[in-house]
Ligand binder design. Structure first.
Ligand SMILES: [Zn+2]
Length: 125
């Protein structure tokens, strides 16, 4: 899911930082540079290229990104495993949203059970 988010962000970046042109008959989209190269006429049919308003597309991408970020926040529980064991360390991790904090040295048996409980409690079943 993280990689999808990354792709969406890159796509959003491209859409935001470029101007696009399109041919209404061929439904083909060109970047400003490409359109320039073609002299603003479609290489397929010779029609004048028109400016493409990608405002809706950008809004759509932003919406998808927001949705994915929420999903990630909700569905990925964080369990801290750390050698730092002061109250401050633990509190900071919990405050940042960690659901649990295990300090070293730890019992593997207990860690496994905690992880299992976490998976069970956050699964959709
Ligand atoms: Zn065309």
């Amino acid at each position: 899911m993280e990689s999808i988010l990354k792709e969406l962000r890159e796509q959003l970046n491209i859409e935001e930082s470029n101007m696009f042109f399109y041919c209404p008959s061929c439904e083909f989209k060109y970047t400003f540079e490409e359109a320039m190269d073609y002299g603003f006429s479609c290489p397929g049919c010779g029609n004048m290229l028109q400016e493409f308003d990608n405002g809706e597309l950008i809004k759509d991408l932003e919406g998808q990104i927001r949705f994915l970020k929420e999903e990630l926040k909700i569905n990925v529980p964080v369990l801290f495993l750390s050698s730092k064991s002061t109250e401050k360390d633990i509190y900071r991790a919990l405050e940042a949203g960690a659901v649990d904090y295990v300090t070293k040295p730890f019992s593997l048996k207990i860690l496994l059970q905690k992880t299992l409980n976490l998976i069970i409690s956050t699964s959709d079943v």
